[in-house]
Write a protein that binds this ligand. Structure first.
Ligand SMILES: *Cc1c(COP(=O)(O)O)cnc(C)c1O
Length: 394
């Protein structure tokens, strides 16, 4: 139990960053133009599915990520559902993804009628492993007329969905290269990685499409919201069409040309997003500073503080540590939560959930090891008063 004294010191560190009272894992901050932009929406009566803030928010996300196109949606799960459909995923297909992810990834591919096949992650990035992916494809996939099929199940492998866990970029170039060999489109689940880069290029710009989330606990929030980003104009147009009930534009007639969705982001939510985007660079700098303090705290201890791999930059959405054992993890969770400092284990592996336990997987050695040891630490941007106190803002 060598991390025992560390636990209390960590609680003290968290309190020096965030103050007294209950400290959540990640809370939103609204210290910019949020109220003003919401009031503008209400005053103008444009609160719902039509309004200028949606377009402005889409343009801001496109510009920030360096994507040619961005289409706002009601949440990140909806964005992923539509992105999978746009990538060509159909009922009965299989989708290769991580077992180590939030449930939304699997929910979306289930909505699209597909089954997940679970691949292992890399221990350093916590994201989909290109080696594991290649090993599995070599052993289990065959190419027929340019499409990959699973030799065991006979099903088509229609897409691959890697996820940048907690905002730490995975080896996305290598993933895309392996998938290209097999004609498998990549849909990046970049829900957690707004502000994370690989070689200076924003995550979510490597695959055919990518999706973001602006849920209340993400780097920026719109209350609830999501975004599909892509460089493909036809896909972007189709994304807009599908997410807005597939209505053919007309001044008064209602004609729809396919089964669409009411997945459009309301103008009110987009207004929040515009205000949050104005402050994103500052929030990322503060998050990096919080991460630096955690990193210094854990340096020299046996606890690994997760860092982005060489050549990548993380947004430090959720800081993460890797403890020595499951017992250490449980003791750590208990001590910190008992003190009012929220910490959380990583998600239960998707391959262990009732709905997906029958799904094929590759053994998931690293995923299982990490599942027992990874814990998230409080990672919000501290409020203005705390920042002032710490000299991080005047
Ligand atoms: C947050 C998140 C999503 C999307 O979630 P919504 O709550 O629907 O916006 C998707 N994938 C991952 C990995 C996430 O963390």
């Amino acid at each position: 139990m060598h991390t025992e004294p560390l636990r209390q010191d960590l609680v003290d560190l968290v309190r020096s960053i965030y103050g007294e009272g209950f400290i959540p894992l990640h809370r939103p901050v609204f210290e910019g133009n949020e109220k003003q932009y919401l009031a503008d929406c209400i005053d103008s009566n444009f609160v719902s599915s039509v309004g200028a803030k949606v377009t402005e928010f889409e343009q801001r996300i496109a510009a920030f990520t360096g994507s040619k196109f961005a289409v706002a949606t009601v949440n990140g799960t909806a964005a992923l559902h539509v992105a999978l459909q746009l990538a060509g995923v159909q009922r009965g297909d299989e989708v290769l993804t991580q077992a180590l992810s939030f449930i939304a990834t699997c929910n979306a591919l289930s909505y699209a009628g597909a089954q997940p096949v679970f691949m292992d992650v890399d221990l350093d990035t916590l994201g989909l492993s290109p080696q594991a992916l290649r090993r599995w494809l070599v052993a289990h996939a065959e190419l027929r007329d340019g499409h990959a099929y699973n030799r065991t199940t006979g099903r088509r492998i229609a897409a691959c969905v890697p996820m940048h866990t907690f905002g730490f970029p995975l080896r996305i170039r290598e993933i895309v290269a392996v998938c290209d060999e097999y004609g498998i489109p990549v849909v990046e689940d970049a829900a957690e990685s707004l502000g994370s880069y690989v070689g200076g290029r924003h995550t979510g710009t490597f695959g055919k499409l990518a999706t973001l989330s602006f849920n209340g606990n993400k780097v920026i929030t719109t209350g609830g919201g999501g975004m599909i980003v892509t460089d493909d104009e036809a896909l972007a147009k189709h994304a807009k069409h599908l997410t807005t009930t597939a209505k053919i534009p007309h001044p008064y007639e209602f004609v729809h040309d396919e089964v669409g969705y009411n997945y459009r982001l309301p103008n009110l939510n987009a207004a929040l997003g515009c205000a949050q985007m104005e402050r994103l660079p500052e929030m990322l700098a503060i998050k990096a500073d919080v991460a630096r303090r955690y990193s210094e705290f854990f340096a020299g201890s046996s606890v690994r503080f997760v860092q982005p791999v060489d050549g990548t930059t993380a947004n430090f959405w959720l800081n993460a540590i890797v403890l020595d054992s499951e017992a250490e993890r449980d003791a750590f969770l208990k001590h910190t939560n008992d003190q009012g400092v929220m910490t959380r284990p990583i998600w239960r592996l998707m391959s262990r959930l009732e709905m997906y336990k029958h799904c094929q997987h590759d053994g998931l050695e690293h995923s299982r090891w990490l599942e027992a040891r990874v814990v998230n630490l409080p990672s919000s941007v501290p409020d203005g008063a705390m920042l002032q106190q710490q000299g991080l803002r005047n």
